[in-house]
Design a protein around this ligand. Structure first.
Ligand SMILES: NC(=O)c1ccc[n+]([C@@H]2O[C@H](COP(=O)([O-])OP(=O)(O)OC[C@H]3O[C@@H](n4cnc5c(N)ncnc54)[C@H](O)[C@@H]3O)[C@@H](O)[C@H]2O)c1
Length: 254
């Protein structure tokens, strides 16, 4: 554990979507270690339902658990109001929750398209808007970090819906960065490559092996390696960075 004055996010309040597992879970843990209070949002929050996490952090003191579906706009808007009422602020929003519904484009159903666009693109729009509105009212120089994907840069076989959503989220990041700069709110993206989470583990073994071979660093990434990039962009160390996209992909799409 770092000393108080070495912590990068001391006294900040962060809201992380999809923090129930995978990359979002590690983002939340790293934020706690850096001194932030963390609002954990997910459909499934089992990992957070003990009173202490990693023997140190306490529920309802250091972390706050909201089990909800981020595609439900009403719940999302009332979540943001709740957090401002209860904790007085949100300094950092991480739009991390994402899903994939892979299929060949010619066979892709409208539902596969809509579900992926709703979670990966529409929900971040609602959450970012609701949060930025409150940040502006409260004069908070906030930070928004959107988790995109190398699929949104180069496309991916079987992921027309997911790639389109992630490319959209990256363009959204840049437009919102331009509009929010005048309020001191920084908006950036982190672009993971192949990271060791349940999402990546759902790939067929032969496809996984082929992908690892394409990665210059010749391995999958650990979710903590993505989390540390999010911590950097959330911290004052990144005070002159907005509208940027930090790739954490072992060199895959350099
Ligand atoms: N794992 C990778 O290799 C990889 C690569 C590039 C980008 N990403 C992106 O990183 C982010 C996290 O991915 P991951 O691998 O940790 O995925 P994951 O599937 O392990 O975790 C995603 C979490 O989001 C939650 N979630 C999904 N839909 C939700 C909803 N409607 N409301 C609330 N919560 C919801 C899930 O319950 C889950 O806990 C995603 O945006 C993903 O697209 C992952």
């Amino acid at each position: 554990m770092r000393g108080d004055n070495e912590m990068l996010l001391k006294d900040k309040v962060a809201l992380v979507t999809g923090a129930g597992r995978g990359i979002g879970y590690h983002i939340a843990i790293e934020m706690l270690k850096e001194g932030a209070k963390v609002v954990v949002v997910d459909l499934a929050t089992d990992q957070w339902n003990s009173d202490t996490m990693e023997g140190t952090f306490q529920k309802d003191k250091d972390f706050f658990v909201y089990q909800l579906d981020i595609t439900d706009s009403e719940s999302v808007r009332s979540l943001v109001r709740d957090v401002f009422d209860e904790l007085g602020r949100i300094d950092i929003l991480v739009n991390n929750a994402g899903i994939n519904r892979d299929s060949l484009f010619v066979k892709m159903t409208e539902k596969d398209w809509d579900d992926v666009l709703n979670v990966n693109l529409r929900a971040p729009f609602i959450l970012t808007q609701a949060t930025c509105q409150e940040m502006i009212k409260a004069n908070i120089e906030g930070r928004v970090i959107n988790i995109v994907s190398t699929a949104g840069k180069h496309g991916n076989f079987g992921q027309a819906n997911y790639s389109a959503a992630k490319a959209g989220l990256l363009a959204f990041t840049k437009s919102v960065a331009r509009e929010m700069a005048r309020y001191g709110i920084r908006v950036n993206a982190v672009m993971p490559g192949l990271i060791d989470t349940p999402m990546a583990r759902s790939l067929r073994a032969d496809i996984l092996e082929k992908k690892i071979n394409e990665i210059p660093l010749k391995r999958v990434g650990h979710p903590k390696e993505v989390a540390r990039a999010v911590i950097f962009l959330s911290s004052d160390d990144a005070s002159y960075i907005t509208g940027a996209c930090l790739q954490v992909d072992g060199g895959l799409r350099m």
